[in-house]
Design a protein. Sequence first.
Length: 441
Amino acid sequence: MSRHRPQFVTLAPGDSGSTISPTFFLHPDTTFPAWRDKNAKDEFGNVWFWGTPDQEWEDEQGEDGQIQAMTQRMMCGNMMYRGGMEKPEVQFINRLIEHKQAALLANTPQAKPFYSRDFVIDLDMITYPTCYFEVKTPGSPTEQERLAAVRTSPRVWRRLVVSGGISLRALHHMALVPGMGFSSNCHAYYFTDLSDGSVFGPPEGSFLDLMHISNRGVHKMAPDDQVCLADIISKEGAQMGWEYDFGDAFSHMITIIEIKSKEESTGKIQCIDGAKAGPPEDSAGYLDDFTRGGRGYEEFLQELAKHRPGGRTWSKMVHKVHQEGALNYTTKPYHPDDAFSPQAAQADIMAAIRSPGKVPEAAQPTMATIPGLPYPVRVFNGAGWNDPSGKGPDNGEKGVCGNCGCPNHLMTCARCGVRKYCSRECQKAGWRYHKGECKER
Ligand SMILES: [Zn+2]
Ligand SMILES: [Zn+2]
């Protein structure tokens, strides 16, 4: 691939472009689509990271070489692209976002009938693609490699029921995060449309882990608040990626198991099955200091399984979770098996649905003493839950019912004009949670 002159992006004066992936030297309208279709699919036919995985860095010698190249690019980017000039990678992806939004709009008539249908989805923690230089080029993996590459073993999973009309942002905040057992407003995230690698997420926000966005090969996300689940996938068996935390990189696969008929659909968010505790927040670094994300958690669980539950080594490993102050295990003990039940997950989902509007912001953790624990741990002060704009995932144009999570036929609370409900019954049932936040206009 020629890297002499970029076909579309503009390089800052002094940037030779030598540390940019040659993919970004292509033209996003003409030469890139064909290149992507030929070169960016992984061994399962999925496309990640906008279809721009950094092939070049794969050739760097070992992990050290990759990190060196990555750091070099980051420094170069931060120094040269200032004063309103966007990095070439971002210029390129901005154009891909425009294309994707036009394609989604054109597809709306096909997606719309599914907005009022319930999807039964499986959320599986997976061990790839934890970082973009790990994306593999197409090959012919053995059956064993295929199986090993997708789900973690032991399987960490949830079965959820959500409406096809739920926005990706609401899906994240009110189904996936509480369902898997993560903390609210704690880390950034993104969804991947595996057909073309499009990435959707919170475009702004104060999540600390967003600083890794370029290192993760994402560079820029299309806004996730105007896109519904059914806009991306609407067939049984179809899959979509959900990555949680740009630092720890907990990767998940969402698979449609069943699409309910319109008559059977209620739009309510429900957790109906699953197994194993969700990984402790921020644990990829301390549970395993080499591999990351799903792979690291898998190895932790496998190691834990070698020891007698409640025994000395087991307890030491589990205690580490509390010692490190994992935000999602400050009010309940971490246990690899016991920390999950569909009922408990449903309670967390209801709490997320009923809490005041969520924002694409990070909560600020502070140190606190938890009864029963001999050391202070980090807790989050809940600052991120306040949404004075009323434009959170439950209240915006594509919001959900403040009592059940249904995104359809919503009515707005007449008093505050912010909270939405799908029925009189839901408004009545939700009042005792909403009372405190409902302010007259
Ligand atoms: Zn409702
Ligand atoms: Zn109100």
